[in-house]
Design a protein. Sequence first.
Length: 252
Amino acid sequence: MILGFLGTGHISSSVIEGIFKSKLKFKKIYLSPRNRVIAKKLSKRFKKIQISKNNQQLIDKSNWVFLAITPRVGKKILKDLYFKKNKKIISFISTINLKKLKENTKNKNITRVIPLPFIGMKKGPIVIFPPDKSVKNFFKHLGKVVEVKSEKVSKSFWATSSFMAPFYNLVSATSDWLTSKGVNRKEAEDYTRELFLALAEDAINKKKLSLKQLVVESQTPGGTNAFVLKELKKKKFYKVQQKVLNSIFKKF
């Protein structure tokens, strides 16, 4: 199988990194020439990568084409490119829905996928819409596949994928607080990273418990965790989170 990535940014790099770390079998990967700096770095690092002369050549030579471009670029260039009717298209584009993708590419063999940067470590959820056996079998080597049958439901997952920066800001703010109390910057950051990593792994290891049960389990009446949770709720911290999710949902 020959793969082609239309767009060579951070997400493409992460997906490609994950592919080379996996046991997936493929003949070659073509990269579009748009971001030559990243494309050249990847082609030097991996022998099976080749930079195409242009986008159309990439599409013509690839069995699967991955659309890893911004919505703005997608709206501008897709309608001028030719896709054979049987060409498999995997779209990473956040705000161009399936109907529009079919119209712009004149192709019906399209799957929308939500990859996140840690796919390069073969970790994290990978949302697929509509369900597709071949796409699922491909991405199961790169993370935890979640198939959804409704595009509206997939939009909810797109919305929650926007919480990466807020999460890192929470981690950073916690570390900053430690340094304000005299903790060495490196020690504060190392501690905070390990703390949040352990919390995430604990949630994965306790899958038999619901997330609400984990909230209850992690606190004791009158304890420090109970106090902090109560204060954050009083400040409407979590209600603000829900409002922001609703706002970002509308963009998809």
